[in-house]
Write a protein that binds this ligand. Structure first.
Ligand code: PMP
Length: 406
C-alpha cells in the first residue's frame, strides 16, 4: 500500500482526479503568506474595506427577515433565486441602460461560483478561451480546472484592445473580460472599444463573459454601460454583492440569454441546489430599503480618497524613470505598476519585507495565463483596506527598495 506523506504514514494515498491533485504551495501562496505577517503593510488583498460595511442596515434587515419571514428564510428555496432579489437586480440593470427582467437573472453563491459555472458549461479539455492579459487570478484558477487553451487578448495602456483581435479568436468558447475597473489593472475600456469588442464577438463567433464586480465603485462619472448594452445576444454578465455589500454573504448573479441561464441553473443544481435563502432575503430587504442610494456614495468616497492618497504618494516617492509607470483608475480597488524590464517585482517585495517598513503586494506574474515569467516586472497594489498614513509609508518603502534595483 502506498501511504500518504502529507497527513500520516498509515493513510493510504487518495485516488485524486487530475484536476483535484494538489499542486502544492504555489509561489504566489508563499508570497501572500509572507505578506500576511501582522507587522506588514499589505497592499496585497483584494478585500473590500470593512469600513464600508453597512452593519446597522444589515442588522435591521436580518431582524426584519427573521421576525416577518423566519421560516421561509431558514428553508430550502428555489434554484433560480429569490424573486424579490432578482427583481431589484433587474431594475438596477435596466436603469443602467440594459433592459432586464427578473427572469433574466440567476442568483449564484458569489461570482466565483459563476466563474466555475462558466468553466464547466463551456470548457472541454483543450477548448480555446480568450482572456485579458493580465486577468483575474481567481478566474484563471476556475477555468484551469477544466483544461482550456488560453489565448491572451492584447492589452495596452487603455486596457484590452479589440483592434488587435484577429483570426486566433475564431472558435473560442468565450472571451472573459472585465471592461470596468479591471482586476488587476484598474483600467476601464472606452465605449468605442466596447463597440469594437461586440463586433469582434459577432465576427469571430465567440460569447462574452463580462465580469463586473467593481462597476458601482466609480469615483467620479459613471462608467460606460455593460457589454450587454452593446452585444445583448451573446453577453453573459456576472455581478456580485461582494464589493458593494458584504463578501461574506457569498451572493452573486448571472444575467444572460435564456439558453445560457437554463444550462447554468441545471449545472448549479448539481453543485449546491441553490444559494443560501437567508442571505438572499436579507439582501433583498436591505436593497429594497434604498441601501444602494444611501450606502454606495459613502463607499465610493472612501475608495476615491484612498486611491488619491496612493496615487499622490506614488507621484511623490517613486523613482522618476521612464519605465516606472502605474495606472490611474477612476474606480475600483487596484493600481497596476510596471517596473523596468529586468526588475523582478517579487525581489523588490522581498527587499521591502526585510526592511523597517515591510510591505506586501501581489507580483504581477500571477495574473497571466501564459508565460508569466515575461511579466515579473509588474505588480498589483490595493489601497482600500490600508489607512492613509500607512499607504504613504508603504509606498515610500517600496520606492526605496525599488531604487536599489535600478
Ligand atoms: N471576479 C473578480 C474580477 C473579482 O475580483 C472577484 C473577487 N476578488 C470575484 C470575481 C469573486 O467575487 P465573489 O465570489 O466574492 O463574488
Amino acid at each position: 500500500m502506498t501511504t500518504c506523506k502529507t497527513c500520516c504514514s498509515s493513510t493510504p494515498v487518495p485516488h485524486f482526479s487530475k484536476a483535484g491533485t494538489p499542486k502544492g504551495d504555489s509561489f504566489i501562496q508563499q508570497i501572500l503568506a509572507l505578506a500576511a505577517r501582522p507587522d506588514v503593510i499589505s497592499f496585497g488583498g483584494g478585500l473590500p474595506s470593512p469600513e464600508g460595511f453597512p452593519l446597522a442596515e444589515v442588522k435591521a434587515a436580518a431582524d426584519y427577515v427573521i421576525d416577518t419571514d423566519g421560516k421561509r428564510a431558514l428553508q430550502y428555496s428555489s434554484l433560480k433565486g429569490d424573486p424579490a432579489l432578482r427583481a431589484i437586480i433587474a431594475e438596477r440593470e435596466t436603469a443602467r441602460g440594459c433592459p432586464t427582467t427578473a427572469d433574466d437573472v440567476q442568483i449564484v453563491s458569489g461570482s466565483q461560483q459563476a466563474l466555475d459555472l462558466m468553466a464547466r458549461l463551456f470548457i472541454d479539455p483543450g477548448s480555446k478561451i480568450l482572456v485579458e492579459s493580465p486577468t483575474y487570478l481567481g478566474a484563471l484558477q476556475a477555468f484551469m480546472l477544466c483544461g482550456p487553451e488560453c489565448v491572451e487578448i492584447p492589452t495596452d495602456a487603455f486596457g484590452m484592445n479589440p483592434d488587435l483581435m484577429g483570426e486566433e479568436c475564431r472558435g473560442a468558447r468565450f472571451a472573459y473580460v472585465m471592461p470596468t475597473f479591471q482586476n488587476p489593472t484598474g483600467l476601464t475600456i472606452s465605449v468605442e472599444r466596447r463597440k469594437k469588442l461586440a463586433e469582434k464577438a459577432r465576427e469571430y463567433d465567440f460569447w462574452l463573459v463580462e465580469d463586473n464586480p467593481y462597476g458601482e465603485l466609480y469615483y467620479g462619472d459613471e462608467p460606460p454601460a455593460s457589454m450587454r448594452a452593446f452585444c445583448p445576444e451573446r453577453t453573459i454578465t456576472l455581478g456580485t454583492m461582494s464589493k458593494v455589500l458584504a463578501p461574506g454573504f457569498r451572493l452573486g448573479y448571472i444575467i444572460a440569454p435564456k439558453s445560457v441561464l437554463d444550462a447554468a441553473a441545471e449545472m448549479k443544481q448539481a453543485m449546491d441546489l441553490h444559494t443560501a435563502t437567508y442571505t438572499q432575503l436579507v439582501t433583498a430587504r436591505v436593497l429594497s430599503q434604498g441601501l444602494f442610494e444611501e450606502h454606495l456614495p459613502k463607499v465610493r468616497d472612501i475608495y476615491r480618497s484612498q486611491a488619491k492618497v496612493m496615487l499622490d504618494a506614488l507621484d511623490e516617492y517613486m523613482p522618476k524613470h521612464p519605465e516606472i509607470t502605474w495606472t490611474r483608475p477612476e474606480g475600483g480597488m487596484f493600481i497596476w505598476l510596471t517596473f523596468p524590464k529586468g526588475v523582478d517585482a517579487s525581489e523588490v517585495m522581498k527587499k521591502t519585507l526585510a526592511s523597517d517598513v515591510p510591505v506586501g503586494f501581489v507580483p504581477g506574474e500571477a495574473f497571466y495565463a501564459n508565460n508569466p515569467k515575461d511579466h515579473v516586472n509588474t505588480c498589483r497594489f490595493s489601497f482600500v483596506t490600508v489607512p492613509a498614513e500607512k499607504i504613504v509609508a508603504g509606498v515610500k518603502s517600496v520606492a526605496e527598495a525599488l531604487k536599489t534595483f535600478l
